[in-house]
Design a protein around this ligand. Sequence first.
Ligand code: HSE
Length: 346
Amino acid sequence: MKYKLALIGCGTVGQGLLEILTDKGEAMKEAYGFEVKVVAVADKLKGTIMSPSGLNIRKILTVLAAGKPLSAYDPGKKPLAMDPLEVIGACGADMIAELTYTNIKTGEPATSYIKKALSLGIHVATSNKGPAALHYHELRALAEKHGAFFRIEGTVMSGTPVFTLAENGFPGNEAREIKGILNGTTNFILSKMEMDGMDYPEALALAQKLGYAEADPTADVEGFDALAKLVILSNVILGGRVKTSQVKREGITGITKAMVDEAKQAGFRYKLIAETKRVGSKVTAAVGPQKLPLSDPLAGVMGAQNALTFDLDLLGKVTIQGPGAGKLQTGAAILQDLLAMHRDLR
Ligand code: HSE
């Protein structure tokens, strides 16, 4: 089947997705009968291009790699002055990849884009934590009402399968508790403090240089990024109704090199742990630093990696580890969602 796809937002993740579609397009067609035609790309900063007959993905990537606006795709044409909301209504897409920047406080403008698409019966895949952390149940209900899919694999642990795994990998199991390392920046900082003797500011500066940290690293080091991801897990996998304001949160800014060294001497390691559990009908969640014994699988997760331990009623504890961010890694999450939609539509 051939789908018409529109990208709303075309920064790092959008370009990662376009690269994957170019490199793996033929393989996806052969393996799954899945084909995609990109009919629109709309980005607040880079502009908008639209073509019902399909755009040339390589050409889009070349334009963006040169740092040019999307209007340079077809210099003979007048640039399209359209807002992403208008594009969603006009582009004729079957699927939308919503890849705009995360706002954990308001979820906007992404939530409005997603609502518009779902109301039109357009399937949505997003890696944006804001709408999923703040409005997951509402957006799912809207999707169901209009016969559309709303998928969010890229919101937690990038393309390391979390929701796909919970959906398909644990049949018959009930998850009682989920505990993990959901922020690469803080895990990188704690690892550097312990292994390379760096102090906190030095390790943070390196995390920023390597591109792990959010634009404002407060979201990482004060635990807001992990909190948003944890709320998504609480509500999607444990079926909770947890609000971001209800989650206890502490970051890693109070952890000193001396504390890290002292824990190490005693056979422990500090990690920023995000934890959610169901007790009866109530789901609770908290983010904060914990001193883990080295025997805990989460204690062995070093650098910018993420990991999650699911406590399941039939299987017991199952831990997955993998990347939590990255251009191709998050692009791969969107591909997983598009393929899952294709599987369910066939
Ligand atoms: N700043 C985030 C992290 C990026 O460090 O994990 C992925 O959400």
